[in-house]
Write a new protein. Structure first.
Length: 181
């Protein structure tokens, strides 16, 4: 598949196929079940829109009583972070709760750090972060992600929830955008 960005023609090359995503998400759910147990309620905070598809799959593998909350954060335009981070919806109250933040991808780490700091100010009982993808080479400061699906390189990726200007979230795989030959 070819995609045009700023008049540059890029090719979407499959990086993580569907079966690999499914298998890894199953492993992540199992780790969470083992680490958190099946009894204590968990509040899953889905960072919209990117983490929607990942979270839907992950949550169906969880065994503890689980609630869903969502938050919308915006910082990207096209393939670039604007650097400005806004909560487009307010965070729900998470005082005294076991919270799992579910993110699509950690790039610079700014978004996840901002969310963690805001939740920590509410004094949750426990706060964990789970990201489907991580770009370790792009972190601008050390950041602790408790559960990571896949570490990837710096190329922009789309699919499985991740977008380019709002599109391609529906692809059932993760593809990286590389210059077309
Ligand atoms: P960060 O704040 O730089 O870590 O960026 C995190 C957010 O930027 C993610 O939740 C995504 O919405 C978006 N993002 C970062 N890298 C990519 C990418 O390669 N593809 C699509 N979205 C991305």
């Amino acid at each position: 598949m070819k995609v045009t960005v700023n008049q540059q023609i890029l090719e979407a090359k499959i990086l993580i196929p569907e079966a690999k995503l499914r298998a890894r998400i199953g492993e992540l759910a199992q780790s969470l079940n083992e680490d958190l147990g099946e009894d204590e309620p968990l509040l899953v905070l889905i960072v919209l829109n990117g983490a929607l598809i990942f979270a839907a799959d992950l949550m169906r593998g969880l065994k503890m009583p689980t609630e869903i909350e969502t938050v919308r954060v915006s910082s990207y335009e096209g393939m670039k972070s604007t650097g400005k981070l806004n909560f487009l919806t307010p965070l729900p109250d998470m005082a005294g709760r076991n919270v799992l933040v579910v993110e699509d991808i950690v790039d610079t780490g700014r978004t996840v750090r901002h969310i963690i700091q805001s939740i920590q100010a509410m004094a949750p009982k426990r706060l964990l972060v789970c990201a489907l993808l991580d770009k370790p080479s792009e972190h601008e400061a050390p950041i602790k992600i408790d559960y990571t699906g896949f570490e990837i390189g710096k190329n922009f990726v789309i699919g499985f929830g991740l977008d380019l200007d709002g599109k391609f979230r529906n692809l059932p795989y993760v593809a990286e955008l590389v210059p077309a030959k």
